[in-house]
Design a protein around this ligand. Sequence first.
Ligand code: SF4
Ligand code: SF4
Length: 461
Amino acid sequence: MENESFRDHLSTVTQEGNRIWVYPKKQKGKFYTARTIVSLFLLTVLFITPWIKIDGHPYMLFNVFERKFIVLGLSFGPQDFYIFALGFVTLVVFVVLFTAIFGRIFCGWVCPQTVFMEMVFRKIEYLIEGDSAQQRALDKAPYDFSKFFKKFSKHLIFFFIAILIGNTFMAYIVGIDETLHMISFPPTDHLTGFISVFVFSLIFYFVFSKFREQACTIVCPYGRLQGVLLDSNTVVVAYDNVRGEPRGKLEKENINNFGDCIDCHLCVAVCPTGIDIRNGTQLECVNCTSCIDACDSIMDKVEKPHGLIRYASMKGIKDKIKFKITPRIILYSTLLVILMSIFTTLLLSREDVKVNVLRSPGKIYQEMPDGKISNLYHVVLVNNTFKDIPVEVKINNPDAEFKLIGKEISLQSLNVQEAEFMILFNRDKIKSTVMQLNIQIYANGKIVNDIKTTFIGPAKN
Ligand code: SF4
Ligand code: SF4
């Protein structure tokens, strides 16, 4: 019963509903070193990317306000929504597949929440306030100069980093030039931008200084999905209960009575979400691997093999097998390959200039004062490049006359332009009530689109 009680409550909340602050013990070990390297790489990419430009344009931009998006140097606009939608679906399937096989591995290694919390903010906390025991003592101690100084400097650094993250976040939305401009001029010159960055920064500061593991255990929707995505074949950070139980303190007289777990609680002490992995897979586990390193260090001391806590599936532990490909994995993989193929094809077949010509609604043809018959068309042109493109429209019929309504079409970079034009024929050149026509769009002197359409004329008497 006691073993099962963990399922009825959060380990970080008291019976009265008060929060229990988690003081995870400092970690070291091969997984922690590997995660530090991965985090350094990811943080470098995150902070450097907004500064990268190609031909004077950002490498990545997610300007939701102006609906301009640049991904890996390729520009996307609202007209590319279908590519984004498909990309999103592909990403979801990828995440589902990945989670079905490897559980919450993303959370422990790549998620910005874990990377910032464990590799930036937590390290600063250890540096200023010491390991978990010192932090506990400091929190219990009355305020004196030393405590005030430690707390103040920690929160000041936290807030500075939160501002840095807030500005980087802004640079991904409005671009680095606009962000630098905002930083260099008084807040009154760009009040909206200033308030946005300030609010972002406050949120980041609050999440990393106060909210912490609750973002993963209570708020994160991906975390909530684990219950339906994981099964007994999923590889997660798991305690080998077959090998470890019955657990018991290592003493000479009972050396043969117990399993390999010496009940030292180090795996619990290092856990940033405050759980005991020996209770089995739990929603709160972010697969951070700290308990693996902790337990391996204990196994070294008691001269037992590593891996009492390791990456393994429940089935694998029970049946002592490594990894099994299930029908679900085959299904997801097939779906993923299909979606990725469609996505890649759409991406590669994207044209620099996209054109859509439609007959304008209303009268199907008009009779002009000079006796000519005209049809009205509506054209939408999208420039997917960073350059302005001069556009020319030609008709493949020598008897047709083209007449643009309004100003010249000059397609500006990353812009959408709409225009209306007429096609006119002398009445005697109209061979049938519906004539096939090709409207050719030239950009920079090269044909970029050849659109088949129709010209409607009056019936011959
Ligand atoms: S660290 Fe290993 S030995 Fe110690 S309690 Fe956890 S599982 Fe048992
Ligand atoms: S149980 Fe282990 S892997 Fe899971 S969050 Fe805690 S320390 Fe990390």
